[in-house]
Design a protein around this ligand. Structure first.
Ligand code: CP
Length: 319
């Protein structure tokens, strides 16, 4: 594995899950693997879990870590070629990336969709520039279209909590006051489509995701019908994907909030969310605080997915 940007980089998922469980049994078993190696984490956007869990994972492997918040304390970066740089961005990303690459062995990048240009977002312009110009293995810490470290942790969590071999997993849209990217739902769908779980996506009409990510999932516009018999409810907001509304909020229909009445339709389902979550928009206090809520174990597994990915990058690139 040279880079990690999607489920397609990880190889066999059963092996990936077993690797994660091995790490979870003893996360310090490989504490010399990353000796004298440096991880650089670049954040174009805010983070709590990704920042801390990935740093912790690197430390478990004996790595040194450096974190750069591009928009706080670093030079603002121009990303377009041909721009006359007479504005507020004194450095071009084409110089910044190889310089950053020269100071580290592995680079993690967080760069969300900007909703300015759908093609640039869906072609992962910023992430791919790091892959092309850094000279180092690159992994996504949530890019414009995917959040693979989150999805890997989600899958580990489902494997830990499932009560049947083939659970019914339902990903539901839920309301949010701001326009959010499609990266988490795209990525979750992409990973779950690689399993043999029963997979249903439910959302109001107009919030259809890119069919490339929906894959074989059943799309059900009736949320209550979708919840019937579910073993896992994965809640997330996302903005519209389809043109001409790309990146737009079509409604904030509070009837889509996950509450106890809807959870009662399920097969005593576990409630999941990647966090941060807006309570009483996405999910009620009652549901997220219930014994069915596994949002904390899900976040705990972010350290495990990050460590499994960093271990592979160190080993596969002979670092
Ligand atoms: N779930 C997740 O990626 O959390 P952060 O945005 O806090 O990193």
């Amino acid at each position: 594995m040279r880079n990690f940007t999607s489920v397609h980089d990880i190889g066999n998922l059963d092996v990936a899950i077993q690797n994660a469980f091995e790490i979870k049994k003893n996360r310090f078993a490989f504490d010399l693997l990353g000796k004298n190696k440096t991880l650089l984490m670049i954040f174009f956007n805010s983070s709590l879990r990704t920042r801390l869990s990935t740093q912790k994972a690197a430390m478990n492997l004996g790595m040194n870590t450096m974190v750069l918040d591009v928009n706080q304390g670093a030079w603002k970066l121009e990303t377009e070629r041909g721009t006359v740089m007479d504005g507020d961005k004194p450095e071009h990303i084409r110089e910044a990336i190889p310089v950053m690459g020269s100071y580290c062995d592995i680079i993690g990048v967080r760069s969300f969709a900007r909703f300015e240009n759908k093609d640039e977002d869906y072609n992962e312009k910023v992430l791919n520039e790091f892959i092309r110009y850094s000279g180092k293995p690159v992994f996504s810490m949530e890019a414009a279209t995917r959040h693979p470290l989150q999805s890997y942790a989600d899958l580990i969590t489902i494997e830990e909590y499932k009560k049947t071999d083939r659970p019914k997993v339902v990903m539901t849209w839920a309301p949010h006051p701001r326009a959010l990217p499609q990266a988490v739902p795209n990525s979750f769908a992409e990973w779950i489509n690689q399993t043999d779980y029963e997979f249903v996506i439910t959302h109001p009409e107009g919030y259809e995701l890119d069919e490339k990510f929906v894959g074989n999932a059943k799309v059900e516009y009736d949320q209550k019908k979708a919840f019937e018999g579910a073993d896992f409810i994965y809640a997330k907001n996302w903005s519209a994907f389809a043109d001409p509304n790309y990146g737009g909020i079509l409604n904030e229909d509070r009837s889509w909030t996950v509450d106890s009445e809807k959870m009662a339709l399920t097969n005593n389902a576990c409630f999941m969310h990647c966090l941060p979550v807006r309570r009483n928009m996405i999910v009620t206090d009652e549901v997220i605080e219930s014994p069915q809520s596994i949002v904390i174990p899900e976040a705990v597994n972010r350290e495990i997915s990050a460590q499994a990915v960093l271990k592979r990058l160190l080993e596969d690139n002979c670092l």
